[in-house]
Design a protein around this ligand. Structure first.
Ligand SMILES: *[C@@H]1O[C@H](CO)[C@@H](O)[C@H](O)[C@H]1NC(C)=O
Ligand SMILES: *[C@@H]1O[C@H](CO)[C@@H](O)[C@H](O)[C@H]1NC(C)=O
Length: 203
């Protein structure tokens, strides 16, 4: 079983690494073909490296039966909501998927199945503080995107969740302790200065 799983993972990785046609645009895809749900929504704040999200997806049965016959694999991705892309060109949304930076973090990759798909993912430590949603892409046998679904609306402003990065917290802690030390040194220096002055004037 384990060998099979490993083989599957390697095969999946290889097939994703293989160059897809590279000119697929998001707007050319059916964006509601997969129904995606994330348990953690409503701007819930989750801690990177500690908290997890649960993502479930299925084929949208309103599409004609067989539409998904070309879907071979899926990739589940963590995506920046527009509010976390503002003034950050390196997270820019581009229609050309090869260049798009909206969804750079992979949550899962596996063979396509029309229903009963679920993954629980602990938010990795390197996920930056921000507001996110989840998108699932379906790929064909040539590893080209053919459809997707996301747990938010087209404007990407509903059902979002927030991640609080660890680094963000330790950096602010560091800043706080540096400020505190600086304050202590200054007050200590001030104290000695006052003492010296007192000593002089009393002489
Ligand atoms: C989108 O879905 C329709 C069926 O509703 C299908 O005919 C069409 O080929 C799909 N488009 C793509 C790009 O897969
Ligand atoms: C399922 O697909 C139909 C037809 O494209 C669409 O109107 C509907 O919004 C989709 N459902 C979901 C939950 O995305």
């Amino acid at each position: 079983m384990e060998v099979t799983t490993r083989f599957l993972v390697v095969t999946l990785l290889l097939s994703f690494a293989a160059t897809s046609y590279g000119s697929v645009t998001l707007s050319s895809l059916n964006g509601t073909a997969l129904i995606v749900r994330v348990t953690e929504t409503n701007n819930q704040v989750l801690k990177a490296g500690k908290d997890s999200i649960t993502v479930a997806w299925e084929f949208n049965q309103s599409y004609p039966a067989g539409t998904d016959s070309v879907y071979k694999t899926v990739k589940v991705k963590l995506c920046f909501a527009p509010i976390s892309q503002k003034d950050r060109k390196w997270r820019e949304t581009l229609d050309l998927l090869k260049k798009d930076k909206t969804c750079s973090k992979k949550i899962d990759a596996r063979p396509y199945s029309a229903s009963n798909n679920k993954v629980t993912w602990t938010i990795e430590k390197d996920v930056p503080t921000g507001t996110y949603f989840v998108r699932v892409y379906a790929f064909n046998e040539h590893s080209a995107e053919v459809a997707y679904g996301q747990n938010t609306n087209t404007e990407k402003n509903t059902n979002l969740f927030k991640v609080q990065a660890i680094t963000g917290r330790s950096v602010s802690l560091d800043i706080a302790s540096v400020c505190f030390s600086a304050f202590s040194i200054v007050s200590l220096a001030g104290f000695f200065y006052m003492e010296k002055r007192k000593g002089k004037s009393s002489k």
